[in-house]
Design a protein around this ligand. Sequence first.
Ligand code: DGT
Ligand code: CA
Ligand code: CA
Ligand code: ZN
Length: 578
Amino acid sequence: MEKAKITEILDEVGTLLELKGENPFKSRAFHNAARILAGVTEDLNELVKNGELRSIKGIGESTAKIISDLVTTGSSSDHESLKKYFPAGIFDVMKIQGMGPKKVSLVYKKLKIASIDDLEKAARAGKLEKLEGFGKKTEENILLGIAQVRTHASKFHIHIAEKAAQAILESLSTHKGIIRSEIAGSLRRKKETIGDIDIVVSAKSKDAQSIMKIFTTHPNVERITGEGETKSSVVLNSGINCDLRIVEEKAFPFALNYFTGSKDHNVRIRSLARENGWSLNEYGFSLIEPGKKIKPLPKSIKSEEDIYKAVGLQYVEPELREDLGEIEASATGKLPTLVTWNDIRGTFHCHTNYSDGHNTLTEMAAAAQKLGWEYLGIADHSKVAAYANGLTEDRVKKQHKEIETLNETFKGFKLFKGTEVDILPSGELDFSDKVLASFDYVVASVHSSFKMSEADMTKRIMKALKNKYVTMLGHLTGRLLLERESYPLNQTEIINAASDLGKIIEINAHPMRLDLDWRMVKYARQKGVLIAINPDSHVTSGLTDVKYGVGIARKGWCEKRDILNTKSVKQVDLYLKK
Ligand code: DGT
Ligand code: CA
Ligand code: CA
Ligand code: ZN
């Protein structure tokens, strides 16, 4: 069974326990285990076989049992018996804002509501307001929540969220009363997809109202879902929700830290504060029991750095805040120095109008130079990719001539001759070794026959990886975020092989892909695999997508030296020749 499916079931078990009204500790243990498992990169079958599941921190006895049942038999009796209590539609009902486990289980028990349609009918008929804990207002909010879930899938691609957030920030910045403003939440943590946008602003309280006004009357606002002095929420015309919080300047670092999350990271920071006898929330530190202080409260906190320092930690970059080892690394001074956009000196895997790109070689090169880059790698499609106007051997030759001519005209800039060669279903490549040898580098990618078994797909890619002309693997899993899952694939095995063979794996930085997933990037890095950040751009404006790839590299704990793109043109040249 796929790991993604197993984490889904663990989450489902956690939710079912909540619905049943079991001890919250118990349900949380399953949600935690799901998150931890998602970050586990070792082969699950191996872990189960060797009885090593329990050695993973956060995997307890009951979660380990479910995982090993799922891995070995494909189903879990614990999960199955829990499912008997509630119909499957109940999970949809849980997606409605305001419908927490208590309310969901109440409407099911009293009104047999087990789908969004049932819930809507009951709300429209005024049946909900009569239930304990509900009221007219709750009922209205539930109807709004239903409309929201219907019109918009609940997650968004990062470039959509980023653009929407920037537009709001820009308008806010016209207000002179704003002291500091920052994007928080998953967008600041550079998650691969974003639920909603969180913005935190500091200002004097006399300015709060007029700042809120700019926000709620912004031309991109479609609907206001909540309006208050310190917090408002809106739905933007791109479909994404946006929350704005306004706090006083002295609370800003705390609010920014709290609303950046992740929730799990916050929980850890709070418990460190508690060890000092302090409680921590979005407004500041305070003494848990005044009079019985363990450690005096820190005097002046001006930044997030100060907060981390106060609880004995080195500053943790937002991308790392997922409670996946960053607290431990920070406590022992072992956090990596993350790669930044400024370290990037060029990129690989770009398309031109030779295949399915819009721009010419000249235009792509000019766009790269404008970004201050020293080089650009062109990797158009290979001949089997008819849908993408893939290059035949003759056209490859023609492109190489043009690149050579162009390279003579450049100063301090170079185009590299690459190809994105298709990995055929057999694992053979779409060009002969002789043709492959004529390129500076070779990106090998799967673009067809996705419906293979995990074993076959892994074998297919493994075979391609072993070809001595292959420099790197392109978009390893083939996923399209919010659209298409990865094809079945043993990523760990491939990363291990890339490590042994000294091959590069790309982070495809296209916001629809972000493939490798950051959790696997972390594993690849541990294995010493060099990473290339590639925009897979088909147009000059696509080159800056590399920044999303940098976000993913940072989420995967990568330093400058882990990334091919941070090398100088000379170093890249040398690297590719060997
Ligand atoms: P998203 O919007 O689903 O992509 O993910 P986030 O992380 O932006 O989540 P969101 O918008 O619900 O909340 C923003 C942050 O606020 C979250 O990362 C941590 C913090 N936060 C929200 N609710 C809670 C909570 O119940 N407990 C704690 N400790 N933190 C919370
Ligand atoms: Ca959010
Ligand atoms: Ca939010
Ligand atoms: Zn491709």
